[in-house]
Design a protein around this ligand. Structure first.
Ligand code: GLC
Ligand code: CA
Length: 536
């Protein structure tokens, strides 16, 4: 645990671990992970001397849901889906997590509900139903076609024609996920009240889903075509430049309102999900600090996910971002999540450990996606086992998200110890080699690298809250200092699979850790893909 005497709110020195609840641990053997499964396995994350050592968890949605988008289609913002357990199970989980010194943030899905949410069921009953304008309804264009050309993120038009009332409703994601109308103050009140419901219960914050869509163009203009679009290569939504369907004029006002709700509860926090696309990235992130409330909110920074594995590139992204952050802006570097191919494998085998060292030595709040600590790779999901609606609607383009959502690998027994039932997604067959039990006893495992990094980070103020400045390095090396008062830590990362000699000026300091986890750190050179941490 970081030094509690710093008086900083927890999120300024936390390491966040994302749990995709369907795939973490199944406590009742129905093949699907659940809340009691998380409670049972908290020791793995924190509290024991051999725990991973994270300080907060983010749990992806567990609300009642028809599961068209696996919980991102919510039919009740104040409950727990029976698949995951009960509200009492959640309360027990929250209490147990706090006893393990883990903060708990939950997913909040503001842009859309399920079409089976009682609000929407009412809204579609008639044009004059009091809930009608809780959603976005438009008359058909001439000839009966959709009101404009906006596209659903999961393929096809973003409008669904409702026969019985003769209007289209907007769904920026699946037709089973109708967009709420955030311009309606009643909607904003109901949604902020839902936040309060969980805050009153004691949750420590929220990850706020898909925020870019909360405000739309008031004139419903067509999105213009995207000039760089390649139909064979790209996701179909990339055919348009979404300047009108997203990021409308009131976006920050609505997010600010949420931040105010959260601010009323001490020591709570929200992190927003917005992938900048088609506009300058650093600026895009900065708007979220400038226009919301940087004391209680920050955006994920997703640049590490899309960037090629290149030392210069990473130096550029991180230098740029760090130098544009004002005092109190908390960077949240995200290296993977339930929507992206897994970290191990993204840049070839050797890079995953270097990436771990990079992420866990950068400023701010790092976010670890469950299983990445083991170097879990994308699972193989045959066509007849596909679950993700994105893959079902736009098949064969590698857009599906099942591969990164396969069960966590606990041991080398049946189904990797995840369930005694039939797992909802196939267990990765490499579990015999890659699993928690095995990695716990292998001193050089990926898990032990993460544990060592987290231990070092928690014990070094320079690492968890010091300043950042990059270093001049040989090609293919990214290096930087983290400094708090007179404690200075140096991080050197070899992005290539060649040995690289270090100039004398860099090769100084006391070695603390190598990604090789061996005792042979020589600071005159970096071995292939090696990252090292030195005390200057
Ligand atoms: C976010 C979630 C994703 C979900 C979508 C719609 O991008 O991370 O999993 O499908 O929003 O809610
Ligand atoms: Ca279960």
């Amino acid at each position: 645990m970081p030094d509690a005497s710093t008086d900083e709110p927890w999120f300024r020195q936390a390491v966040l671990y994302q749990i995709y609840p369907r795939s973490f641990y199944d406590s009742n053997n129905d093949g699907i992970g659940d809340l009691n499964g998380i409670t049972k396995k908290l020791n793995y994350l924190s509290g024991d001397s051999d725990s991973l050592g994270v300080s907060a968890i983010w749990i992806s949605p567990f609300y009642p849901s028809p599961m068209a988008d696996f919980g991102y289609d919510v039919s009740d913002y104040r409950g727990v889906d029976p698949i995951f357990g009960t509200l009492d199970d959640f309360k027990r989980l929250l209490k147990a997590a706090h006893q393990h010194h883990l903060k708990v943030i939950i997913d909040f899905v503001p842009n859309h509900t399920s079409d089976e949410h009682p609000w929407f069921k009412e809204a579609r009953m008639s044009r004059d139903n009091p809930k009608r304008h809780w959603y976005v309804w438009r008359d058909p264009a001439d000839g009966g076609s959709p009101p404009n050309n906006w596209l659903s993120e999961f393929g096809g038009p973003a409008w669904h024609y409702d026969e019985s009332t003769g209007q289209y409703y907007l769904h920026s994601f699946l037709a089973k996920q109708p967009d709420l109308n955030w311009d309606n103050p009643e909607v904003r009140k109901a949604m902020n009240d839902s936040l309060r419901f969980w805050l009153d219960m004691g949750v420590d914050g929220f990850r706020v889903d898909a925020v870019l869509w909360l405000s739309k163009d008031p004139d419903w203009r067509d999105d213009p075509p995207h000039p760089d679009y390649h139909p064979d290569r790209d996701d179909p939504t990339a055919s348009l430049n979404p300047i009108y369907s997203r990021r409308g004029p009131h976006l920050f006002e609505y997010l600010h309102e949420m931040a105010e709700t959260i601010r009323a509860y001490p020591d709570t926090f929200m992190v927003t999900e917005a992938y900048p696309r088609q506009w300058d990235n650093t600026d895009a992130y900065l708007h979220f600090y400038e226009n919301i409330d940087p004391e209680v909110s920050a955006p994920f920074n997703f640049e590490a996910i899309s960037s090629p594995w290149d030392a210069k590139e990473f130096k550029h992204i991180i230098d740029n971002f760090q130098s544009s952050l004002k005092d109190g802006y908390l960077p949240i570097y995200c290296f993977g999540n339930h929507d992206q191919p897994r970290l191990a494998g993204r840049h070839g085998g050797g890079a995953a450990r270097t990436a771990a060292m990079l992420q866990l030595t950068l400023p701010g709040m790092p976010v670890i996606y469950y299983g990445d600590e083991l170097g879990m790779t994308d699972g193989e999901v045959p066509p007849n086992k596909v679950q993700d609606p994105f893959e079902k609607q736009v098949p064969g383009k590698g857009l599906g998200r099942d591969p990164e959502r396969t069960p966590l690998l606990w041991n080398n027994k049946k189904n990797a110890g995840f369930t005694k039932g039939e797992p909802w997604l196939p267990v990765n067959p490499n579990y015999v080699d890659i699993n928690i039990e095995r990695q716990q006893i292998d001193p050089k495992s990926s898990l032990n690298l993460y544990r060592s990094l987290l231990k070092l980070r928690a014990s070094s103020r320079a690492l968890y809250s010091g300043d950042y400045s990059s270093l001049k390095t040989p090609d293919n090396v990214f290096g930087f200092h983290r400094q708090f008062r007179n404690e200075r830590i140096k991080i050197l990362l070899n992005f290539s699979d060649q040995t690289i000699a270090l100039p004398l000026k860099l090769a100084s300091g006391k070695p603390l850790l190598s990604t090789y986890l061996d005792r042979q750190i020589t600071i005159s050179q970096l071995r292939p893909n090696e990252g090292i941490i030195l005390k200057d």
